[in-house]
Design a protein around this ligand. Sequence first.
Ligand SMILES: [Zn+2]
Length: 121
Amino acid sequence: MDTELFEKVYDSIVKKESTYDGIYYTGVKTTRIVCRPSCRAKTPKPENITLYSSVRAAIRDGFRPCKRCKPETPGALGPDAMLAAQTDAVIAAGYGERVTLQTIAQQLAISRIICSGRISA
Ligand SMILES: [Zn+2]
């Protein structure tokens, strides 16, 4: 993979953007886990990353699919990425007002318990 492309994908990993979700998968050499680029887990160092164009290829190389972003499940956005994107939107919409976990949960129509378990406020 050329450096320029790697840097673009790595940038989306750092920003946890879903731009390359479903296109590239991030194999993290130190943890032996494969993630979606938008995974909310700790951002790996670029030298520890191998990019794959399929989850299968990563698994064949000995990586385990991440339990958080579930790269092996179909769909561009993983459950966390989807929820996080919606949460970001709710927070952005309520910027300037007091946004509580309850507000977010109400707007996303999810239970507060699930919400507080996934978002560190
Ligand atoms: Zn992950």
